[in-house]
Design a protein around this ligand. Structure first.
Ligand code: PRP
Ligand code: ZN
Length: 260
């Protein structure tokens, strides 16, 4: 990989994380030339550029050094770390949780199944796009189930008869409800994170990354103190969620220690 002087951030090209991620970077004082639908966005003030890609590709691009840091869901990052491909590459770490894009990777079963414990999944077929994370959870629970890996449309597998249960991302719960499934176990609590190699590059990019991390900490701290003030003053959840990148998000609730 050729030496670069500019820090390159990989992020989702279009999806739930795109708008809030751009807003966060803007709050960190960064601005970019070129429209968002282009693959590459050149940073105007600071030597920081964006590469807009599929979220699932971000960990690989980081591990190969094509991007220096990335904004990606913890679910995507952790799943990548468990793949064979990751084993021979530089380990990645979660540099900062970013406080938006909250969701969870959960196991869901058909409504008619009366679920009470993981042992009931013994011998069942579970469809997922997260075989690494699901496999790890099943081993921890000492449950022998067969993992059916699908790249998409996981939620329809039980109705098609190709699986008995699923393990998929849940945000609002709308997808599960629409498919007559109910959530029974949380395998991973996720949100957007800043991911990167465990050691910073020792050059201009490393310096820029340090500056970016300081600014991010400042932005996140200000946001959290505003949230706490609003919460203490009894403001409505609506008013509070306006402060989050990406606007209203019901998944903000866990910030206040409430369970869902
Ligand atoms: C996820 C997941 C579900 C849906 C859940 O897909 O696979 O289909 O979101 O969200 P809900 O609980 O609010 O209905 P996403 O749209 O992120 O796309 P992808 O998994 O195909 O990348
Ligand atoms: Zn995806």
């Amino acid at each position: 990989m050729m030496a670069r002087e500019r820090l390159r951030i990989g992020m989702q090209k279009s999806g739930r994380l795109t708008e809030p991620a751009l807003e966060l970077l803007t709050r960190c004082g960064l601005s970019f030339r070129q429209s968002r639908d282009k693959l590459f966005c050149f940073g105007e003030g600071e030597p920081v550029d964006l590469l807009l890609v599929r979220d699932d590709d971000i960990p690989g691009l980081l591990a190969q050094g094509v991007c220096d840091v990335g904004i990606v869901g913890r679910n995507v990052l952790d799943e990548f770390q468990l793949t064979d491909a990751a084993r021979d590459l530089a380990p990645l770490s979660e540099l900062r949780p970013l406080g938006f894009g909250a969701c969870r990777l959960s196991i869901a079963v058909p409504l008619e199944m009366h679920y009470s414990e993981p042992a009931q999944l013994e011998g069942q077929r579970i469809a997922t796009s997260y075989p690494g994370l699901l496999g790890t959870w099943l081993r921890e629970q000492r449950v022998g189930a067969s993992v059916v890996t699908l790249s998409g449309s996981v939620e329809i597998a039980p109705r098609l008869g190709t699986a008995d249960a699923i393990c998929d991302l849940v945000q609002s719960g709308g997808t599960l409800a629409a498919n007559q499934l109910h959530e029974v176990e949380v395998v991973l609590s996720s949100e957007a994170v800043l991911a990167g190699p465990s050691t910073l590059p020792v050059d201009e990019r490393g310096d820029m990354l340090e500056l970016l991390l300081r600014r991010l900490d400042g932005v996140i701290q200000v946001r959290e103190s505003h949230l706490l003030q609003l919460h203490a003053s009894g403001s409505s959840l609506d008013a509070i969620t306006q402060l989050l990148p990406g606007g209203p998000r019901p998944t903000l609730l866990p910030v206040f220690g409430e369970t869902d």
